[in-house]
Design a protein around this ligand. Structure first.
Ligand code: HH2
Length: 286
């Protein structure tokens, strides 16, 4: 299994960890911005050294209740980081955005993948993604970040998310984005209660029937906090358990803030998943 990025092919025979790089500076002064860019670059180098197979760069928080960011501001945050990282020839870069202008500018600067929590539903987003030549990650979200956690409701959460992702894959194909460039993500925590998130994890293998690689982002999320009672900084172990379960259910990319630890969990889960296949293969060969 593989994914066609903008300029290269990403092998997914072994599951990968996508490192999270948030560039959301608090200070709007030049000094603050320079510091934010430098801090993001330091973090990117750390995640790359830990073994990240992709780096996901985001200039707008999607947390519940987060304030929207203007196009110009988002570009000012992410472009210097993308430009600097492209020069360093590290892991392929993903741009976490829902805005067509940011998709186009980021891919022109060197991003290889567009990660959109709105699954290219903003006006012009499908066209921008197709024109960029990037791979795309289509994520499910019920509602809008500002209000999505107020009263999420589903009949059958797995089937509804599945139908949404199937529909968005169709929309991409119609827009000229090839199947080999598409990833899907059920969107843990995006318009979902704890029970919805747990049901999605339990039913995750269903999404492999969509015929494209599955990405999962659970790192440090509130579902871990609710079950374990841990604060955001103390949710790594809970996230590793979910990462291992996700890989066991067929996920090929795990989006995480804690790359070194997650890579170990992913590798162990992948080794367990693969051993049966190897035995069968050896058995056939005698
Ligand atoms: N989660 C977040 C952001 N982007 N993209 C995908 N494909 N899947 C996810 O689960 C996902 C995502 C939220 O996490 P984080 O980046 O830590 O927070 P914020 O958006 O506030 O920066």
């Amino acid at each position: 299994m593989h994914l066609e990025l903008r300029t290269r092919r990403l092998a997914l025979d072994q599951p990968l960890v996508m490192g999270v790089l948030n560039v959301t500076p608090d200070s709007f002064s030049d000094g603050g911005r320079f510091a934010a860019t430098e801090a993001a670059l330091r973090q990117a180098r750390k995640l790359a050294a830990e073994g990240a197979g992709l780096l996901d760069i985001g200039g707008e928080s999607t947390r519940p209740g987060a304030a929207p960011v203007a196009v110009e501001e988002e570009l000012r945050r992410v472009l210097p980081v993308i430009e600097a990282l492209v020069r360093e020839h590290g892991p392929p870069l993903s741009i976490d955005t829902a805005k067509p202008e940011v998709m186009l500018a980021a891919s022109a600067a060197g991003a290889e993948l567009i990660n959109d929590v709105r699954a290219l539903r903003a006006p012009g987003a499908l066209e921008a993604a197709a024109a960029s030549g990037c791979a795309v990650c289509l994520m499910h979200m019920q509602g809008e970040p500002r209000t999505m956690q107020s009263a999420p409701a589903y009949g059958d959460v797995v089937e509804e998310v599945y139908a949404f992702l199937a529909d968005r894959i169709e929309a991409c194909l119609r827009a000229g984005i090839e199947l080999e460039r598409i990833l899907v993500d059920p969107g843990f925590g995006f318009g979902k209660t704890l029970e919805h998130n747990l049901l999605l994890m339990r039913g995750l293998s269903r999404f492999t029937a969509l015929g494209v690689p599955v990405l999962v982002g659970v790192s440090r999320k509130s579902m871990i906090g609710t079950v374990t009672g841990r604060s955001v900084e103390a949710r790594v172990a809970g996230g590793l358990a979910l990462a291992a379960l996700a890989v066991g259910s067929g996920a090929r990319i795990i989006r995480s803030h804690d790359v070194a630890e997650t890579l170990d969990a992913v590798r162990m889960a992948a080794a367990v998943t693969a051993v049966g296949d190897d035995n069968e293969h050896e058995g056939v060969q005698g």
